[in-house]
Design a protein around this ligand. Structure first.
Ligand code: ZN
Length: 187
């Protein structure tokens, strides 16, 4: 097991649509273990593989006692939306904004052994599934902001000088934000 370093906004891997997983074996299992350990270390609700520099369609999650991973996820969502609630991201440390998310999702995919997964979710878990699947499409939650929130977020990101601080500092900051939002801080 190992703690992986988390990529921060500005890293091109976060903007690259991730590839489908086609090989299942011990290497994949180890990556998922390391991702779960890294996510627990920073108290994240979710972590997508591109956030640790791996451009593959994999994420781990831990929300209100529901824990696991999904590979090659496909989401079907309800037409209605969940109540607004601030969302954070380990790759955009120090910020939190409300994003419009579907109230209900059905997510299908496979597990690390290639076995089928099929889950339904509402509440924070549904938001987490949408947030993490966005990561696999090269999308960050701040991209979904509109109006004043979008301006505020972009200004904060510009002035944050993420490249001037060490990865360690960022991890600590992410942890603080994670605690502040409780389970609301998705990966
Ligand atoms: Zn995220």
């Amino acid at each position: 097991m190992a703690i992986l370093s988390i990529r921060i906004i500005g890293d091109p891997v976060l903007r690259t649509p991730a590839e489908e997983v086609t090989e299942f074996g011990p290497e994949l299992a180890k990556l998922i273990e390391d991702m779960a350990e890294t996510m627990a270390d920073v108290r994240g609700a979710g972590l997508a593989a591109p956030q640790v520099g791996i451009s593959k369609r994999i994420f781990t999650y831990s929300v209100d006692g529901a824990e696991g991973h999904v590979i090659n996820p496909v989401i079907a969502a309800s037409d209605d939306f969940a109540p607004d609630e601030p969302e954070g991201c380990l790759s955009v440390p120090g910020l939190g904004f409300s994003v419009r998310r579907h109230r209900w999702v059905r997510i299908t995919g496979v597990d690390k052994n290639g076995g089928p997964l099929d889950m339904e979710a509402t509440g924070l878990l549904a938001k987490c599934f949408q947030h993490e699947t966005d990561h696999l499409d090269g999308k960050l939650y701040v991209d979904r902001l509109e109006g004043e929130d979008r301006k505020t977020a972009l200004r904060a990101i510009r002035t944050a000088n993420y490249h001037n601080v060490t990865a360690e500092t960022l991890t600590k900051r992410a942890r603080t934000v994670g605690s502040a939002f409780g389970a609301g801080a998705a990966g």
